[in-house]
Design a protein around this ligand. Sequence first.
Ligand code: GDP
Ligand code: IMO
Ligand code: MG
Length: 458
Amino acid sequence: MPGTGVVIVGAQWGDEGKGKVVDLLAEGAEAIVRFQGGNNAGHTIVRDGEEFKFHLIPSGILYADKLCMIGNGVVLDPRILLGEIDGLKRRGVDVGNLRISANAHLIMPYHVLLDTAGEIKLGKLSIGTTRRGIGPCYADKALRLGIRVQDLLDEKILRKKIMAALEPKQQALRELSVQRRKLRKEAGEGGREGADQSAAEAPDPRLDLHSITEEFAGYGHRLEPHIADTARLCWEQLDEGRTVLFEGAQATLLDLDHGTYPFVTSSNPIAGAACVGAGIGPTDIGQVWGVTKAYATRVGAGPFPTELDDEAGRHMLERGHEYGTTTGRERRCGWMDLVALRYAVRLNRMTALTVTKLDVLSGLDTLRVAVRYRSREGAIFDTFPYHQSILHSAAPEYEDLPGFDADLTQCRSEDDLPPQARAYLDYIADFAGVPIRLVGVGPGRDQVVWIGGNPGVV
Ligand code: GDP
Ligand code: IMO
Ligand code: MG
C-alpha cells in the first residue's frame, strides 16, 4: 500500500497558523517537508506555553523520531538555518533528523542587498517584501546563475559559481547607488553624499568573492551531515506506506502565478508546487489541508478587498496579536473574504479546511463575510477577478452573521462552541464547498476543536 502525501497550504496571504497545523498533523505522519519559500516564512508553534518560531526548519522538528526535510524548492540562507539549528540545540531539541536537499538554492548576501535596493528603487510602488533576498535568489535560479547547497561541498566549484553570479550584481548595485546619490543631490541632501560615496567605495564583504567563498565554505562544513537526496527520501517513505506532510509557506494569494501579482512572493505556495518543490508526483498527494484564519490579514502592500480601518480591524489586530513573525510589522486586518477563499479552495483542490483564530472574533456583535465584489463600474464578481485593476478597486459585498461574546479558548469540542460560532463555521464551509475539520481557539497546540471526530490525518 503506497503512503499518502498530505499538503498543508495557506488559503489567504500567509500567517494563517500553518505551523501549528503542521505540528498537530505531524503526529500522524512519519516525515515533514518544506517545499518552497525561504526565511520569509515565520511559523509559530506554542507547546506547553513555550513558543518556537521557525523560518526554515519544518514545523515537525519537535518530534525527534520524524524525518524533517528542506526540499529542493526552498531557497535557503545558511546563516539563518544554522542560527535556527543552534537555537533549537540550546533548547534541547534534537536536529539529527534534519535533511537538506542538495538541490536547494542558496540565498547569498548579494541577494539580500538586491532585495532591499529593489524595494528602495520602487519607492511608493514597493511590494513590502521581507527583504530576505527571496526574489533575487529565485531570479538567479531561473537565470541559471544560482548557487546550490551541493556547491558548498567543493570550494573550487563554489568560488567559480559565485564569481559568475557576482559580477552582474556588483554592476547593478553600483548603478543603483549612483542613481540614489544623484537623487539625493537633486533633493539638496549634499551633506549625506560624501558618506554615501565613501560607503559605496569601501569594499563590502557582501560583494567580495573571497569573503563570500570563505564564509559559505564554512557553512558547507557545518551543514554537510544534513545534506541529502531528499526526493529519494520522500519516495522511500511513500513506498513504505508512510504519511508525508508537505508544509507550505506563504499562501495562495501570494502565489507567483495565481496571487495578486506583482504583490506576491517569488515562489508557488499552492499545493501543486509540492510536487516540484519536493520531487514527488501528483498522484502521491492524497489530501490537501487549507488553512485560513476566521478573518483575514495581510503583511506588505497589495490589494486586500476586505481590509478594515475601524474598531473591528483594531479588535483583530490587538486580540489576534497580528504582528509579523519575521519582520515584526503590523499586519493589515479585515473580514473573512469568501470569494478569495473559494478561489483558494479550487486552486489547491482542498480536501479539508482548518479555520484558526476563531477565538479572536469573540466580542464582535456582527461577523461580516464577503460573498461577492462590485467593481468601480458596478459590475458584480462572484469569482476572484483576474484583472489587476478590478481587484485593486473591488468593493466587497457582505453577508452579516451574528457574532458571539463567549470566550472560546477553553472549547475542546463542537458542543462547547456557541451556536453563532457554529453557524459562522457552517456558512464558511458551505460557501467554500469544503468540510472544516479543525478549528483553532488559541495559540496552544491543545487549543483546537476537531470537527466530526477523527483527529489528525485519516
Ligand atoms: P504561519 O506562518 O501560517 O505558520 O502563521 P504564524 O505563526 O506566522 O502566525 C499565526 C499566529 O497565530 C501565531 O502567533 C500562532 O501562535 C497564532 N495562532 C495559531 N492558531 C491560533 C488560534 O487558533 N488562536 C489564536 N489566538 N492564535 C493562534
Ligand atoms: P508565512 O509562511 C505573510 C509577503 C511579504 C510581501 C510579499 C513578498 O509565515 O505565512 P518576499 O519577501 O516573499 O519577496 O515578500 O510576501 N510574505 C509573507 N506574508 N506570511 C509569510 O510567510 C510571508 N512571506 C512573504 O510581506 O508582501
Ligand atoms: Mg507566518
